[in-house]
Design a protein around this ligand. Sequence first.
Ligand code: MG
Length: 337
Amino acid sequence: MKTLVLFFLIFLSCSQNHISISKKNNEIKQPSIVDKNGALSIKGNYVVNENGQPVSFAGNSMFWSNNYYKGNGFYNKKVIKHLKEKWKSEIIRVPMTADPEIHDSYIFDKKTNQSKLETVVNACIDLGLYVIIDWHSHNAHNTEKEAIEFFTEMAKKYGKYPNVIYEIYNEPLKVSWDTIVKPYSEKVIAAIRKIDPDNIIVVGTPHWSQDVDKASENPIIGYKNIAYTLHFYAASHKEWLINKAQKAIDNGLALIVTEWGSVEADGGGSVDSESTKIWMDFMKKHKLIHCNWSINNKDEGASALKPNTNVNGYWSEKDLTVSGKLAKKYILNWNKK
Ligand code: MG
């Protein structure tokens, strides 16, 4: 009898251990999107995973990182975890304010903006998401030295992680691709490539990252894993911009939509769901990666969250704006998870 009880106790303790171990393993071993795809690279028009297969991910862009714009409260791990779990976001873009015309941007307050950025980048690495480090400026060619210093530091810190993509110039304005944006990009790319030989670098294009066709006529050569930024706002940008994107693709470029909205280009106005659907079909067809602008509760059309929504990510459907709901629907279903 004693032996039987002993056996029973041993059995009980083993099976309990087994349950707790397998529970734990389940939590730890659920492979992330980065576990599944590894380091990304560019092959022709496509972003490909470590097995050379074209991949397309959907996710969110955060809002500008500077204090004055009041969107950086969302720069925390709880938000990123929520987006991963509830929106099935696979990629997060971190638009670090770096514009010399904004008084508390990185140019004047390196510490605040960089530490906000790194909080989100580190959260994405921990949670197994892809992450775009974005030099969020309309005037980056005027702060070339600062951009080179910053991306050199980022390459040293993050170049070994398969998660990271560098976006070196958010939206150039009405400046020349050939004489302004391309030379700037080549210098920043050279600085990154001195340290990090392989992570993808996305290059901005003139007119708010719309002139991808111009870039395709005079692309950057001599470096691998270079992609080009295309931005669209569905209520403002229609067939003419799709045609420019198509031309760039036909000319051999790989595009990444690091920012899109379903509203007007200034972030306001209401949702154009019909035009958004046309864009989504276009991105699906060409396997483009995309990030929705933006995770913020500012009172404007492009914000995914209603005013006063908490910054900790415990959001219900009623916290989402019309554009937030639409973005969530597309992100959640992008890879049919
Ligand atoms: Mg690398």
